[in-house]
Design a protein around this ligand. Sequence first.
Ligand code: NDP
Length: 291
Amino acid sequence: MSHRLTGAGIVAGVVGAPVRHSLSPLIHNAWLAGAGIDGAYVPFAPPPERFAAFIKGLRGGAVRGLNVTLPFKEEALALADRASPRAAAAGAANLLVFETDGTLVADNTDGLGLLAAFAEQAPGFDPAAAPVVILGAGGAARGAAAAFAGAGAPQVRVVNRTLSRAQALAEALEGPITAFALSDAAQALAGAGAVINATSAGLSGEAGLDLPLAAAPASALVMDMVYKPLTTPLLAQARAEGLRTVDGLAMLIGQAVPAFEAFYGAPPPKDVDVRKLALAALGQSEGRLKE
Ligand code: NDP
C-alpha cells in the first residue's frame, strides 16, 4: 500500500541532535504506508540549547507526539507535565505525547523494546529465572535495570567502567540492584541468565568491551544495544564461545511498536518487514542468521 498523507493526516516525529542517522522515520513511515494510515513521521533537529523552546512551540498542537533520542532524553522527562512510572524509573523519556489541551506526557518504551527483543530472538527466556548483568550506567542502562527489576529478575548486576555511576544507579532505583566495577566483571557474570551491553563500546569504529564471557554459564544470553554494526565485537565473542545472542536492532524496533500505537492509535501492521528495511539502510546483512 502506498503512503497516504492528506490535510487530515496525523503528524509525529523524532527529535535528536543529530537526528540524521535515526532509523525511526524509515520504520514508522513504512508502517504507516503498510497500514494505509493517513499520517507522517518526520525528523526534527533543533539546536540543543533551544530544545525547551522547540517543545513549548509544539504545545500549540502541531504534532501528536515525538520520539526522543540523544541528547534530549533527560530534558524531555523534565519538561513533561506527567510521566509514566517507567519513564520516571528510567530517569529519561524516549516518547512524548501531546494531549489536545497541550499537556505533555512522557513515557519510556526502551525497556519494553528490550524485553520484546529477548522474547523475539530468545523465545522461552525467563527474565525472572536468574541474575541479569547490565554493562553501563547511563540512561540506557538505567532503563534496562528498571525493566528487568520490574520483570522480576532476582538480581540486577550493574557493571560500569566508573564504579560510582553504577553505585548511584543502584541507589536511585528500587529493586535488587548491585554495582560492580568493570574489573570485577567475572564475579558479576557468574550464574547470570543474561548479559546486556548498554554502553556505547562497540559502536562503529570503537573498540568493544573486553569481557571474560567464559565466566558466564553456557546457557547465558548475550545482548548488545548497539546495532551498528549488527554483529558487534561482544556478540561475535559470545557466538564464538557458543552463547546465544540478541541484537540491538530488535530492541530498536521493539521500542517503536508502542510509540506507533501512541501516535496513530493502531498497532503496526505485521506484514511489513521493517527489520529488512533497517538492515538495508544500515548497509548490514542478517549476521545472526548466517552464523
Ligand atoms: P550514555 O552516554 O548515557 O552512557 C554510556 C555508558 O557507556 C556509560 O556507562 C559509560 O561508562 C560507558 N562507556 C562508554 N564507552 C565505554 C568504553 N569504551 N568502555 C567501557 N564503558 C564505556 O549512553 P546511553 O546510556 O544513552 O546509551 C548507551 C548505548 O545504548 C548507546 O550506544 C545507544 O546508542 C544504545 N541504545 C540503543 C537502543 C536501542 O534501541 N537499540 C536504545 C537506547 C540506547 P562511564 O560511566 O564510565 O563513562
